[in-house]
Design a protein around this ligand. Structure first.
Ligand SMILES: C[S@@+](CC[C@H](N)C(=O)[O-])C[C@H]1O[C@@H](n2cnc3c(N)ncnc32)[C@H](O)[C@@H]1O
Length: 300
């Protein structure tokens, strides 16, 4: 009899013997195998002890074998194989139209943006580059009274976001907008309207794009690449956000390992870099007043 537990072990051994990169929600072969097998069988991670002893039918074994083959021979991320990913404790549908959710912003949102903001202050937010909609939807769950606009340039990504909005019953609170950054937000209608602009924009520089593991080539390049130095998108966010933020509004942006390049480019900007307990780095916060005070530099 093949049980869930024995199949996870066997699969992890195969993963360890292959040249795989774990960077889409797990960092080791056992967790990756469990992600795939629990995901395919729709098992609950909160009831893992019971699930491990379940036996797997021959039919399911054949299907799981095909997925393992895709993971090993095509380096396909598990999230795309099982069409599921988790973010801020919530489940999202994903496929190759969107990036696999993995931003450390999840931790900040589940902590209700404390100590930087609290739910009473945040009534309207913008998620720039929403992809699967994970950040917007998590905000909607943890801030029940908030109204959210969620922008993406990719109409295909917005189709996926819409699937997730429907699944999480957020269609009346989250407004999906197809736009090249702020270009479809007329200033007369949207200026000074957001308490929060939050974004996990593309921020990978050209060198990292050329060297990235095959797993990342399954993701849409529009969600990753951001010019030679990785700063193209964040420069637009820094320059444009001020107009759209209310007084006391916050801009929160993930830039990952482009942090150093960003600090070198804007040495006088007073970035606050957020620490995370659960891992991840390269997320900064700025107040609208910080942006206003540095407009001359940002407009250069
Ligand atoms: C790093 S992904 C983040 C996706 C999602 N927010 C997440 O955290 O998983 C960046 C997203 O920005 C979108 N994007 C890229 N260029 C854009 C642009 N010019 N205007 C708006 N969105 C853009 C991409 O399509 C992608 O969905």
């Amino acid at each position: 009899m093949v049980t869930v537990e024995s199949l996870i072990r066997e699969t992890a051994n195969k993963f360890n013997e292959s040249s795989l990169t774990f960077g889409h929600g797990t960092d080791n072969a056992i967790d990756e195998a469990a992600y795939l097998i629990f995901g395919y069988l729709d098992l609950n991670h909160d009831e893992a002890e019971e699930a491990y002893q379940k036996s797997i039918s021959n039919e399911d074994l054949l299907e799981i074998d095909k997925l393992i083959d895709c993971r090993i021979n095509q380096n396909c991320p598990v999230a795309y194989l099982i069409k599921k990913a988790w973010f801020a404790g919530l489940e999202f549908f994903v496929d190759e139209r969107v990036l696999v959710p993995r931003s450390p912003l999840a931790e900040l949102i589940t902590n209700k943006l404390r100590p930087w903001a609290d739910d009473r202050l945040v009534t309207r937010a913008l998620d720039m580059g929403t992809g699967s909609g994970c950040i917007a939807i998590a905000l909607g769950k943890f801030f029940p009274d908030i109204e959210i606009d969620a922008i993406d340039y990719s109409s295909e990504a917005l189709q996926v976001a819409n699937i997730n909005l429907e699944h999480h019953k957020m269609t009346d609170r989250i407004n999906l907008i197809e736009s090249d950054f702020f270009s479809n937000l007329p200033e007369y209608q949207y200026s000074n309207c957001y308490d929060l602009i939050i974004s996990n924009p593309p921020y990978v520089d050209q060198e990292d794009i050329s060297n990235m593991a095959p797993e990342f080539h399954h993701e849409p390049i529009l969600g990753l690449a951001s010019g030679k130095d990785g700063l193209e998108s964040v420069k637009i966010l820094l320059r444009e956000s001020c107009k759209y933020l209310r007084d006391n509004g916050l801009l929160i942006v993930e830039v990952g390992n482009s942090r150093q390049a960003l600090e070198e480019f804007y040495p006088t900007l007073p970035f606050i870099w957020i620490d995370f307990m659960l891992g991840g780095e390269g997320v900064f916060l700025l107040m609208k007043s910080d942006l206003e005070a540095h407009m001359e530099i940002l407009n250069k």
